[in-house]
Write a protein of this length. Structure first.
Length: 205
């Protein structure tokens, strides 16, 4: 569902090589709250299957990427919990909803790929965009005594179906208002629905 919505807007969400992601991260690692890093850098470089990366492309160019981890439960080895690791957006496309698109697309993939075997999701959230996104989706905030800003969600407490519905709803809302202006664009694909330079009427996704 989400993948189709994104493709309808001329964007592409798909797998990305870990070493390529690390290089992207080093170039665009600065954010409003400081430097961004990945807890899975070693694993991504070694192509460990317990983690991975997705990128978001516009006009065949990567405008952002997101890394994640999957951990099997000891008591139920076939079940997993997902970890949102790091979100990075290229500098000229920031503050346009790209980070939210990446996070929501990842959550959609978690559910589509693992179904009932996906038992929960967590993330270490400091950036306001990440905190806002996971809070709206029902993630529990860290306690006042917590040493780390860990936001988590368990599907024992929240309906997996309702969570997925909210993910799709929010993603469609972002896509319906998305306007990017890729400063380095040299393809002149200004007819793309998301392009700020487009004079074509925007259709609802």
């Amino acid at each position: 569902m989400v993948d189709k919505c994104i493709k309808n807007q001329g964007l592409e969400f798909g797998p990305m090589d870990g070493d390529q992601f690390i290089k992207l991260l080093k170039v665009h690692a600065k954010s409003e709250v400081g430097s961004v890093s990945s807890q899975y850098e070693k694993e991504l470089n070694e192509k460990d299957e317990s983690c991975g990366v997705f990128s978001l492309k516009a006009c065949d160019r990567i405008i952002g990427a997101i890394s994640y981890g999957l951990t099997n439960l000891k008591r139920e080895p076939t079940c997993v919990v997902g970890r949102l690791d790091t979100v990075v957006t290229i500098e000229e496309c920031r503050k346009n909803g790209v980070g939210n698109l990446l996070m929501l697309s990842l959550f959609d993939w978690f559910i589509d790929s693992h179904g009932e075997k996906m038992r929960g999701i967590s993330t270490m959230a400091v950036h306001p965009t990440v905190v806002s996104c996971v809070t709206k989706l029902g993630f529990s905030p860290p306690s006042q005594y917590a040493k780390a800003p860990l936001y988590s969600l368990s599907f024992e407490n929240i309906s997996r179906e309702k969570f997925h519905e909210q993910v799709v709803k929010q993603l469609r809302e972002i896509l319906s208002h998305l306007r990017l202006e890729c400063i380095k664009c040299n393809k002149f694909k200004w007819s793309a629905p998301w392009c700020k330079n487009s004079d074509i009427g925007k259709e609802l996704v």
